[in-house]
Design a protein around this ligand. Sequence first.
Ligand code: FUB
Length: 326
Amino acid sequence: MPAPLTTNIFIADPSAHSWNGRIYVYPSHDRENNIGFNDRGDQYDMVDYHVLSMDRVGGEVIDHGVVLKLEDIPWASKQLWAPDAAKGADGKYYLYFPARNKKGIFQIGVAVGDKPEGPFTPEPEPIPGSFSIDPAAFVDEDGSAYLYFGGIWGGQLQCYSKPEGGEFNAALDGPNEPSGPGVPALHCRVAKLNPDMRTFSETVREVHIVDEKGDLLLADDHDRRFFEAPWVHKYKDTYYFSYSTGDTHYICYATSKSPYGPFTYRGRILEPVLGWTTHHSIVEHEGKWYLFYHDCELSKGVDHLRSAKAVEIFYDEEGNIKPAQV
Ligand code: FUB
């Protein structure tokens, strides 16, 4: 089994990027607390972010320390959940992160740094039009940047009636996703970013996942439907959308010829790990592909005390990702 990237701090939700010959990892920073487990995820009560880097998987891991603190984010009240980062055409680095605003509603913020290892200075307001959790940035070969985001239950995606958000229904916060025969699953969201990397250039739209017949995955299909933790990468000329199924604890993936989808379900990358959540990223570094993920082995199963790990993954000739061996 791969070793934790850190043993002195608990980290989760590792978003990895290969920049300037190094792998940079943007994780959540878990901490101990007395908040009991609930389905809104209140126990994931994080207050800052660290950045890690390494020259290769298995090499020395450098912890660059605290790069952004909750107290420095004017609009946020609590719960710095899963972040990601992107490199802008201006050479700056953008850290995207979810947090509850002062009304307790999750939105997505952005903080700017001159170096991939930070520090990062937050914008005073969340990204206009952003909502829910788990931002994942994808910069295509033509320089177009997209922000994928969303998560159900504690991530509040089910509280919104429109693809672009609209009214927030607080009564649906928690495990209140739609269900029943023929009811489509809730969808991840995506919007293209402006060149400023801080605002959306278009209306937020849904990321559809369909089965082999082209039908939308259904809400009751808990083994395959999107729950949280979106990630997009490109392999050859295909876009791979991977995500967590949440309460069934799989990392699955689907593929498309467009970054907007629809994405056709392809299979599982990672079986359930120890701990309730599962969250990952996929990165190419020096010609090899890696899955970064987390589990609760080090904390002996404490759901909100997680450790990030990395393992090499492989594609077959048809571009299928072989299940990760962890
Ligand atoms: O780390 C807090 C939350 O747990 C993340 O935002 C989710 O993806 C899950 O991993």
